[in-house]
Design a protein around this ligand. Structure first.
Ligand SMILES: [Zn+2]
Length: 320
């Protein structure tokens, strides 16, 4: 029996893959012990996040302190954020922690080890595993263990009360895989902006979960140039974007998310040297500069453009 490794998950499908694995692993389990690395605890503390020093503490009767003794009910997600929902306690108050919210950022990932399994022992970890990049270790009541590893340490974990979590939910935009994803709501979310289409679709308070890769893919599927000003798009064009989005993300999540190990400038987000899985999404435009457009009947060539200092890929022949 081996352990499951989830790493480099910057956009919605990758976080959804992570959420599912965490949900399967954590749901119904009680936290027995939590260890946080000193360096990460200090870094989070400087950013005003108390997870580092509180999480290893006992929960306390009203759940106002740490995580030890708390049971995880399920793992949820909105956009690129995921969260552990904790089972309610008999006694609760204003300070009761009800959610642990996480964001993987660039290099965050989880290693999940069932009871009786071993951590990896091979050449990828010259100094053994867990190594110095493992910053949180959570032991569960069935003997299973989870480790949060983050080479660049941009990722976060936070303890939130019910009220704080509600405020977060209200601030996030529409999630294309959520039941609220409806064309009318989408039109409302993207209206009233003159920004370039790509920049608008990346705005997490409007649509939650899209990043650099999937915005290029969606615009190609919808045959729209991502450099267009948003207020020049007609309803039929928004409809094409809406229709392309959820199926693409759902399919990506189904096969396991993207893996961009072959792109030099993006290898940092995927820790490719540590990648254990073989899943890969076929990208139509992203990273394919100079390649032939994959749209049937189109003879165009994929171009790379730069928007807000980041790469955009498009086919100028069939996207307008
Ligand atoms: Zn084309």
């Amino acid at each position: 029996m081996g352990c499951t490794h989830l790493s480099g998950m910057p956009e919605l499908p990758e976080v959804e893959v992570c959420r599912r694995a965490l949900d399967e692993f954590f749901a119904g389990r009680e936290v027995v012990a939590v260890e946080i690395s000193d360096i990460w605890a200090a870094q989070l503390g400087k950013a005003g996040i108390d997870f580092g020093h509180r999480a290893p503490m006992k929960a306390g009767v009203d759940g106002s302190q740490g995580l030890v003794g708390r049971t995880v009910e399920r793992v949820g997600r909105r956009g690129k954020f995921y969260w552990f929902e904790l089972a309610p306690l008999n006694s609760s108050g204003e300070g009761t922690v009800s959610v642990v919210e996480g964001h993987l950022r660039m290099t965050g990932g989880w290693w999940l080890k069932p009871a009786g399994a071993d951590w990896p022992q091979d050449e990828r970890f010259a100094n053994g595993f867990p190594d110095k990049y493992c910053h949180a270790r959570i032991l569960l009541d069935d003997g299973s263990e989870a480790i949060y590893r983050d080479v660049r340490r941009f990722g976060t974990l936070k303890l939130h009360t019910e009220e704080q979590h509600s405020q977060r939910l209200a601030a996030w935009g529409l999630d294309p895989l959520h039941t609220t994803w409806r064309f009318k709501r989408f039109l409302q979310a993207v209206s009233g902006s003159r920004r370039e289409l790509k920049s608008l679709l990346l705005d997490q308070s409007r649509v939650a979960g899209l990043g650099n890769i999937y915005v290029s893919e969606i615009c190609h599927l919808a045959r729209i140039d991502p450099r267009r000003k948003s207020d020049t798009l007609g309803e039929d064009e928004w409809r094409r974007i809406f229709d392309a989005t959820a199926p693409l993300l759902r399919e990506s999540a189904r096969v396991g998310g993207t893996r961009l190990t072959e792109l030099d400038d993006l290898t940092y987000i995927h820790e490719p040297q540590l990648h254990l899985d073989n899943f890969e999404v076929r990208l139509r435009v992203y990273g394919r500069e100079g390649g032939r457009c994959l749209r049937r009947g189109c003879t165009g060539e994929i171009e790379r453009a730069v928007q807000q200092n980041r790469s955009t890929f498009l086919c100028p022949t069939c996207q307008s």
